[in-house]
Design a protein around this ligand. Structure first.
Ligand SMILES: O=C(O)Cc1cc(O)ccc1O
Ligand SMILES: [Fe+2]
Length: 453
């Protein structure tokens, strides 16, 4: 296949005849895939000469010496080694994409905050130029913590490629259709699905149906993994087979192009005369993945009480301290509520972890009004929060029959580190000034006499 200026012209492997043609099933598996027959060397990684005149190149996602069960790397067989580029890197500005530490003295991060959806811009933005950082936590240079972003975009990246050396990107679309063309294959992504792009992997994003909006968690630390299920056993929550990694796909395109690199919180650009998405075959376990949130099997209270939201953890990124995550990605989706004699929505609480939530669609049970699809809330480290007055009164007086919580999908990026608001989040984004008023009318019911009130 030869040069094509249009988006989406990648050569992919013939489909396998399965229901999920174009993807391979499993989380963290060792995969092998080739877009042309016999492009993948067998039995070795570095033959003296590769078939088709391809170049072998290793992409390491963990230290060479990481323990075997954590070690991740992928061998790529590509048209040109990725080092080939025509200019030294130059710094460029992407002023809305911030990295930790980013502590603005004019911004107060201590507080309960909620935002309406970030509006679409009048100008044409891509997935990269449309990235708007909301919060940062930890430190990008020491590979600790995370940042949360919202992307708003209308335009495809054409002859325009990107990789993030600082982090893996967890992408949670809320509106529109995306096609993520990566070195290792193509991911089509829509709301109710998520994707993870590993640190260092080159990609570009096409807007298939715009405008697009979504949330991104930029994980500076150890990679996301599936949480241990403990006594729940071998099934439920996020099942490994529902994670899908794309088959090999490549672009053989010779046109002036740019590669942008995020590295230590700064952006750098170089020029290149071809598409760097030119990997014809690969094998390994360091690869992008997508997951359909509708396949998440929630487990919950079947008699009484409201368990901790950790039962809804889809993915967790460890911090080194067992059980205390750098980031948990938690999903609140449709489920049956059956608990007897129970206040069913989230309880009032204060948490050492800090909670950034986004609404993908529908209504969230603790906040029936005001937390709208595309909206965001932040309840920072040790800041009290919980149901608003309406949710409290409704749930305390509800008839506790079995009830389906329908039309609801929200998520939480929960980190052990405090989250600092960016200038954009505090001063430019549609902050709801009256958010804390939702608790204002909560009544004193105590009058010194026993009995339920
Ligand atoms: O604050 C929130 O709405 C998220 C949340 C949900 C829940 O069921 C329990 C605790 C918690 O932080
Ligand atoms: Fe909470």
């Amino acid at each position: 296949m030869n040069t094509h200026a249009q988006p989406s012209r990648m050569t992919t492997a013939p489909t396998t005849g399965g229901r999920h043609a174009g993807y391979m099933s499993g989380f963290g598996n060792d995969f092998e895939t080739e877009a042309l027959p016999d492009a993948l060397p067998q039995g070795m990684n570095s033959p003296q000469k590769c078939n088709y005149g391809l170049y072998g190149e290793q992409l390491s996602g963990t230290a060479f010496t990481a323990p075997s069960h954590q070690n991740e790397r992928t061998w790529c067989y590509r048209i040109r080694p990725s080092v080939k580029h025509s200019k030294r890197y130059e710094k460029i500005e992407l002023p809305y994409w911030k990295s930790a530490p980013n502590i603005d003295p004019d911004v107060i991060s201590l507080g309960q905050y909620r935002w309406d959806p970030i509006p679409h811009a009048a100008e044409d933005l891509t997935f990269i130029t449309g990235m708007r950082t909301m919060t940062t936590a930890g430190n990008v240079n020491t590979q600790v913590g995370m940042a949360t972003h919202v992307y708003v975009a209308t335009s495809s990246m054409i002859d325009d490629y990107f990789y993030c050396a600082d982090s893996e990107l967890l992408i949670v679309p809320q509106q529109g259709l995306l096609r993520i063309c990566t070195e290792l294959g193509i991911i089509d992504l829509e709301p109710k699905e998520i994707a993870i792009i590993p640190r260092g992997l080159l990609f570009r994003v096409e807007v298939i149906e715009g405008p697009v909006r979504g949330f991104v968690c930029e994980n500076y630390g150890q990679k996301f993994e599936l949480p241990g299920r403990g006594p729940i056993g071998a099934n439920c929550m996020a099942n490994p087979r529902d994670f899908k990694t794309p088959v090999a796909a490549f672009e053989d395109r010779e046109l002036p192009s740019t590669v942008t690199v995020k590295w230590c919180g700064q952006f750098h650009r170089t020029e290149i005369g071809h598409s760097p998405l030119d990997v014809v075959a690969w094998h390994g376990n360091y690869a992008p993945v997508k997951y359909d949130l509708r396949t998440y099997c929630p487990v919950g209270a079947i008699l009484f009480d409201h368990p901790d939201p950790s039962i809804f953890t889809v993915l967790t990124a460890p911090s080194g301290q067992p059980g205390t995550a750098n980031i948990d990605f938690v999903l609140f989706r449709e489920r049956w509520m059956v608990a007897e004699d129970t206040f069913r929505p989230p309880w009032y609480h204060r948490n050492i972890m800090s909670e950034l939530m986004g609404n993908i669609y529908g209504q969230y049970d603790a906040k029936p009004k005001g937390f709208v699809p595309g909206g965001i809330s932040l309840h920072n480290m040790m800041l009290p929060h919980g149901p608003d007055k309406n949710a409290f009164e409704g749930a305390s007086n509800a008839d506790l029959k079995a009830e389906k919580l329908d039309n609801t999908m929200s998520f939480m990026f929960e980190t052990r580190f405090p989250q600092h608001l960016t200038h954009f989040a505090a001063k430019e984004a549609p902050l709801q000034d009256d958010y804390i008023d939702c608790w204002e009318d909560i009544e004193k019911k105590f009058d010194g006499t026993p009995g339920k009130k």
